[in-house]
Write a protein that binds this ligand. Structure first.
Ligand code: FES
Length: 165
């Protein structure tokens, strides 16, 4: 990222929420994890300017924070879509055509695993078994589970969410 782009991002992120989170934990030893978790709850991901803010206010190195953020899969460094579309790629779903379901998502919305649409409406995630093998192939959109997916059914589900705000 160029300096100019970094400066633009710094300007666009309102750090009020992050400062409020840090305020709560300022005197607490070992607060880095909860601080990062709560910042992610506020922004939906951990923006770069927040990393620098946390480093400065908690007196830790930015590199140490990035170490934590990249080690734990729960953290996201990029904005994510309003709707997270999880396509199960576990064995049962794979055998029953999960690949075609993933391809349909890619064809319709242009996103593959870990990618987000430009309008920040959808993020795709290919995941391991989500424990609903009896309904394979399975997807989830947010907390909603859809089973016995076909290409047609996938198109219907996508249509439904495209129309939603
Ligand atoms: S393999 Fe997809 S739900 Fe189990």
């Amino acid at each position: 990222m160029s300096n100019t782009a970094e400066q633009v991002e710094e300007q666009e992120i309102d750090l009020t929420g992050a400062n409020q989170v840090i305020d709560k934990y300022l005197d607490m030893h070992g607060a880095l994890m909860p601080v990062l978790q709560e910042i992610q709850e506020v922004y939906g991901y951990v923006p770069e300017p927040c990393v620098h803010l946390v480093a400065e206010r908690l007196n830790v190195y930015s590199s140490q924070i990035y170490g934590v953020l990249t080690f734990y899969a729960q953290f996201h460094l990029e904005p994510r879509g309003k709707y997270i579309v999880r396509v199960c790629m576990g064995t049962a779903c794979h055998v029953k055509g999960a690949g075609r379901i993933g391809d349909t998502l890619k064809e319709r919305l242009g996103i593959g695993h870990a990618e987000t649409t430009e309008d920040l409406k959808f993020t795709a995630e290919y995941v391991a078994c989500i424990g609903a093998c009896g309904m394979a192939p399975v997807i989830m959109v947010g907390d909603n589970t859809y089973g016995s997916m076909t290409v047609n059914k996938m198109n219907e589900v996508i249509d439904k969410y495209v129309k939603m705000d």
